[in-house]
Structures are given as C-alpha cells and as structure tokens.
Design a binder for this molecule. Structure first.
Ligand code: TXA
Ligand code: MG
Length: 308
C-alpha cells in the first residue's frame, strides 16, 4: 500500500485527480487549494460548476487552512463525531478557491473514517472529493465502480467496498438550530442529542435554490426505473430487480434479499449498477418501517433515484 500511496501522491502533485475510498463512497480527490486540479475534477465528472465540493481533512489542525472560523457548536460536533460521515458547512477560508465552493462564502468540510483516506490526506493536505462517479450515475462503492466510469483515466486507490455505502450527512449550523442539507448515516436524533438544538431538514419549493446546491440534481440513478415496491408477485420477471427484506415469498431471477437496512445501504448503488448491467428495466425497493439516520438517508436516495 505504501507504494500505491506514493504513486497517488505523485499524481496529486502533478494536478491529476486520484480516486480513494472512504467509509461512505469513493471520492475523486484533488488538492483543495489547486484550482486547476479541482477544475479537472469537475471536468472528469461532468459536474455542474454551481455544485460545490466537500473538503476532506485528516486532522482538526488542518481546519485553520480551510475555514475562517469555527464556533463552539461546530467544535462539539467534530469532537463527538469525527472521523465520521458528518460534513459541516462553515465560513470559508480565503485560500480556498472559488471553484471549490461554487462562489459561496461557506465551505463544506469532513474527516472521513477510513485509514487509507486519512493516510493520503495526511500526506497531501486537504483534498476536495466529490463521489468518484460520472455526474448523474450511482455513486461508486468499490474500486471497480470507479474504473467502470473512468476507465484508466484516473488512478484508484483500492480500499475494498465502502462500509456505509451512502454519502455523508451535510449539516449547516444556525444560532438556534441545526439544518440537515443532505441526510446521511449521522441522523437528526444524534445531532439533537449532541447539540441540544432542534434539528430540521429545510424544504425548498420548486424554483428556489436549495441550501445544498447538489440536492437539486437527479442523482444516484440507474437507467432502470426505480420505484417503491407495492403489491407484486409472487413471481417477478427477470427484467425486474427487487431489493427485499421481508418478502421472502417473492420469486424471480433478480430478487435480492438484503437482511438489514445496513446491507441495503451498503449495496444500493452496486445493485443499481448491476440492474443496468443485467438489462433490468425496473428496480423495486421494498419499503421499511425502521427510523434512523441511515433509514432517512436511504429513503432520500431511493426517492432521488426515482425522480425524472
Ligand atoms: O460521503 C461523502 O460526502 C462523499 C465522500 C467521497 O466523502 N462525498 C460526496 O461529495 O458525496 P459530493 O460532491 O458528491 O456531494 C457534496 C454535497 C453536495 O450536495 C453539495 O451541494 C454539498 O455537499 N455542499 C458542498 N459545499 C456546500 C456548501 N458550501 N453549502 C451547502 N452545501 C454544500
Ligand atoms: Mg455525488
């Protein structure tokens, strides 16, 4: 791995993006202060330039070069949760180029819980890292997914399959509340317990700019149509992939039983990709009752994938 890390650093120093694993999804990394390299990340992904990136740090001491200030509440959240899938939106440091924040006065920052990611960032400095997929396609949770989207054009540090499988929770702090801009595994209840503040998810009306610009795009979607599973079965045709946990009676070539929400989260994007490879026209996801951060995040991704 030392050799691969050294090679990755060499690429980053040349301004060449490198894909690396995190606990959520694989990221496409570039040095946060290298505006040209960051621009290249947007170009590789085909990402709209009005969608800002998350800066990844390996140590809180790096924050002094990323954010201009960090209040007590932000510190408290970092102390409690980091390294973890929690991204905080904070006032931006003047050395962070416009291209990273899409011109916003804030910057999103997180510390991933993955040894290989932390080792890379510790050596390279703060890295921007959007999910390492082509814009619009499902986020990558294995090195093979990254290669499927980018071929040999980017180096991939291979760190096995991601343990969580869904992107981080993105949070903005107000004086009297916490806003969840993108749901992730770190949920509202935990955020409320640690901050003692009310936590809510701002709703945006159509036509309004959402507080987290990325949320306006149709995301995470395979070519197959994604829907919540209603009354179906007991036999499904091969063109229909079904992701189930209680419907053990269902029969069909592409009925996939996933025993827990955690398994569904870990595999959701991989199954979306597989559905397309298999030529499935539809992916049905069995709804669940459980409520948790992960459950809200999953619901959000399934609903995003089913739009459009
Ligand atoms: O789990 C993750 O967060 C992964 C891994 C690789 O770390 N990264 C990721 O990045 O999902 P990306 O670029 O796909 O999503 C970044 C999200 C977008 O919804 C974007 O709009 C939001 O964070 N964001 C970034 N900067 C922001 C800011 N200053 N204010 C509000 N939202 C921001
Ligand atoms: Mg993404």
């Amino acid at each position: 791995m030392e050799e691969a890390l050294a090679q990755a650093l060499g690429q980053l120093e040349k301004g060449q993006p490198v894909a690396f694993p995190t606990e959520t999804v694989y990221g496409l990394g570039a040095p946060a202060k290298d505006a040209e390299a960051v621009q290249r990340v947007f170009a590789y992904k085909g990402r709209p330039s009005d969608n800002p990136l998350i800066v990844h740090v390996s140590d809180v001491s790096m924050l002094s070069e990323v954010v201009s200030s960090c209040g007590d509440m932000a510190r408290r959240l970092m102390d409690h949760f980091w390294p973890s899938p929690l991204t905080l939106v904070l006032p931006r440091h003047s050395s962070i180029p416009d291209v990273v924040t899409a011109g916003l006065e804030t910057v999103a920052v997180r510390m991933p819980r993955h040894d290989l990611a932390l080792a890379l960032i510790a050596k390279a400095g703060p890295l921007v890292a959007p999910s390492a997929n082509l814009s619009g396609s499902p986020s990558p949770t294995t090195a093979a997914h990254v290669r499927a989207d980018f071929g040999g054009a980017v180096m991939v540090l291979d760190g096995c399959a991601c343990s969580i499988g869904l992107e981080s929770t993105v949070v903005a702090l107000r004086s009297d509340c916490v806003q969840i801009l993108r749901p992730g595994q770190v949920g509202a209840q935990e955020l409320a317990a640690v901050t003692g503040l009310p936590v809510y998810t701002p709703k945006t009306k159509s036509g309004e700019t959402p507080p987290s610009p990325g949320m306006k795009y149709r995301h995470y979607a395979p070519r197959a149509r994604v829907r919540w599973m209603g009354e179906v079965g007991p036999v499904l045709p091969a063109e229909v992939m079904a992701l189930v946990h209680t419907r053990r009676d269902l029969r069909g070539e592409n009925v996939v039983e996933l025993p827990s929400l955690m398994a569904l989260a870990q595999q959701l994007y991989a199954r979306f990709r597989e559905a397309d490879t298999l030529g499935c026209t539809e992916v049905l996801v069995e709804p669940w009752r459980e409520t948790s951060g992960l459950s809200e995040a999953l619901r959000n991704r399934v609903e995003k994938a089913s739009q459009g």
